[in-house]
Design a protein. Structure first.
Length: 217
């Protein structure tokens, strides 16, 4: 098994606006983050990766309510990056789609699995705007991978890349090279995952921890 990661990025010049949208997602759409309506149901829904931290040892009811824990970073002037335990290839796109309904700015999701697939998807207003899967031909055939929507112009403009840089980027078939190139050209911390935080001091310094209360939990 090779390396895998998943993360989410909001194209916004306002860190506060991005955090407010994530807060609203946590409060109103916690189910897309793996939570059910009660703490016990939420814990049962996820078997491999914990999606919440509960202060069960606290005596008051409010402290015992489940909280959504996210790690957020203002990557640069244009992007706010987000990590969460429930972000994996297969879930992060659904979360990005839901988040894009709560903020009037593009949301990009990134999923990298077993060093075989690197998938980027862009959402606005709850609709996918562009998608690109970087992988070798045999991988695409084996997994029967197909983009939901190919829209290179949208992707280039969203990423703010020069035409020549984008042309060399979009032609890559190596997932690792594509992730490296994207990180290099945009300054977005593509190589990041919530599971890496305990082991990588650089990531812990870059991403701050935020807790959001779940309504009706």
């Amino acid at each position: 098994m090779g390396r895998s990661f998943a993360n989410l990025h909001i194209k916004s010049g306002s860190f506060e606006k991005a955090v407010e949208a994530l807060k609203k997602l946590s409060e109103e759409r916690a189910e897309v983050l793996g939570y059910s309506s009660t703490q016990n149901e939420a814990a049962a829904d996820v078997s491999e990766r914990s999606v919440g931290e509960w202060k069960s040892n606290q005596p008051d009811t409010e402290a015992q309510k489940p909280k959504v824990v996210m790690h957020i970073s203002k990557s640069n002037d244009n992007w706010v990056s987000v990590l969460h335990d429930y972000f994996v290839w297969g879930t992060v796109k659904k979360i990005g789609k839901a988040l894009s309904q709560l903020i009037e700015e593009p949301v990009m999701t990134a999923g990298y699995i077993n060093e075989e697939i690197f998938e980027l998807a862009f959402y606005e207003n709850g609709e996918i705007q562009a998608e690109k899967i970087f992988c070798e031909t045999w991988t695409r055939d084996e997994y029967r991978l197909k983009e939901e929507r190919l829209h290179d112009d949208y992707m280039r403009e969203a990423l703010g890349m020069r035409v020549e840089d984008f042309d060399s980027f979009i032609k890559l078939t190596s997932p690792e090279q594509a992730a490296d190139k994207l990180s290099q050209l945009t300054g977005i911390p593509i190589w990041s995952d919530s599971e890496w935080l305990p082991y990588e001091e650089k990531l812990r310094d870059q991403f701050g921890q935020y807790e959001f209360q779940i309504e009706n939990a």
